[in-house]
Design a protein around this ligand. Sequence first.
Ligand code: MCA
Ligand code: AMP
Length: 506
Amino acid sequence: MNNSNLFAVLRAAFPANLDETAVETENGLLYSWRDLEHGTAMVANLLASLNLPDGARIAVQVEKSVEALVLYLATLRAGYVFLPLNTAYQSAEIEYFIGNAEPSVVVCGSANFGWISKIAFKAGTQHVFTLNDDRTGSLLDRSGHCSDQHEIALRQPDDMAAILYTSGTTGRSKGAMLSHGNLTENARVLKDYWAWAEGDVLIHALPIFHVHGLFVGIHGALINGSKMIWLARFDAKKVLEKLPQATVFMGVPTLYVRLLAEPGLNREACRNMRLFIAGSAPLLIETFREWHQRTGHTILERYGMSETAMLTSNPYQGGERRGGTVGFALPGVSLRVQGDDGQTLPPGEIGNIEVRGPNVFQGYWRMPEKTAEEFTADGYFKTGDVGKIDLDGYITIVGRSKDLIISGGYNVYPAEIESTINDMPGVLESAVIGVPHPDFGEVGVAVVIARPGAHLDGAQIVAELKAKLANFKIPKQCYVVDELPRNTMGKVQKNLLREQYKSLFA
Ligand code: MCA
Ligand code: AMP
């Protein structure tokens, strides 16, 4: 019987010589393909020894390390469901995710074990392990006693491989369920579309708790048997230093902006590079052009979502990589632009982007109504992005129907920040908007109204938010004003606020 386990697909692409280097860290540690094979087997055996129920979730909030990569692959290998969590999340956020996903296993850094284990055990989690970025922790201690031989668990294409939480414009975060089939299909398509070949080396500098770093980067390299140069966090100087040994780089636009600020970024530094890929947020045309001028390379921009992995891409070959566009729908993906009346719009007209394909997720975890709302009767997923398709097929994203700020590649939902501010004493109401920012692309700004008689201080509100929410969600400025602009229906006109504050960081 064919095994559709994504790990089996990746494992089949390992080079014949398992002694070759699979991952090289910035500190010069070398992990061979055999290390990945044995390490994933040992961790998979540990998970298997816990007698977890079918479909058990393994929630992981740890610093980036090769061992964290091994844990992800081992979870696939053992047939369980990987649930990555941003390391910036604070206790209320973690409490929600663990309470909602009910993971059987939680893995966290030793420094957070005290508070995370308390949350986890309260939610019914049976096992909490630690894993640190210096190759220590109970996960490694325990798996060190397990066999390095493991038979990859049999999985069907529709079996769940991962849950990625993504916020909504209303209500709490939703867990997007991605199957082994979704991820395998996307990885295979991208391998061909981006012409991964023998000798490719990826610089991996993104976090591994979102689609970009976890799936596009890792699967891209592994399904081609390619080595990764593994940076624990993005650092422009380190990337620059490693460029001559690499051929592929992936980043959110902020990474490109920061690399451009390095005087050493030039054609010589990029002499071995084959491909620069950008996504997760709009790449400014200025960045696209300057990159070409400085390096001679044309950045390839692509578009994706947690619910769908990658949807579109500019061409690698056989066509122009057009700045300001996200290229064409990937093979197997159908993408259409709909008017508000649900009719498909002709080329050039702006409307709602909807998609269908083997990459589209299985639904939101335990939210059948939400899932149904986000799909059309004929099975298209409503992305919440607004765009157009030109006559020659290039897709451009012009905005979003969802109230969302994308800051340095991280999504920030104003509704979540507003409700946290609104719960503070003395606050009558608030509006959070995104404004242009030279480094992060867009950042949040909060505009707050006090209750009659209350005195509020913007800096104090920001300080209180910092204690409750992940740092990237914190508005970079907070203004206390007398009133918010409203339309005749009484709705806050965020477009006017965006206009008012648009030059704040110019
Ligand atoms: C850090 N800070 C931020 C952000 N990151 N503020 C706004 N937006 C951000 N993204 C703030 C912190 O709150 C802190 O402020 C200060 O910057 C320094 O924090 P630090 O962690 O040191 O920052 P950094 O290391 O310079 O990080 C910036 C970064 C990082 C490298 C751009 O944000 C990053 O790795 N972004 C990539 C995100 C990503 O992988 N997205 C893919 C999502 P303070 O000192 O005041 O606390 S996947 C996706 O979107 C879809 C599916 C797709 O298509 O790919
Ligand atoms: P996430 O919730 O992290 O999955 O974010 C997905 C969203 O990121 C999409 O719905 C888009 O709004 C945005 N996005 C991803 N790639 C691009 C891109 N190349 N250009 C503009 N927006 C993008």
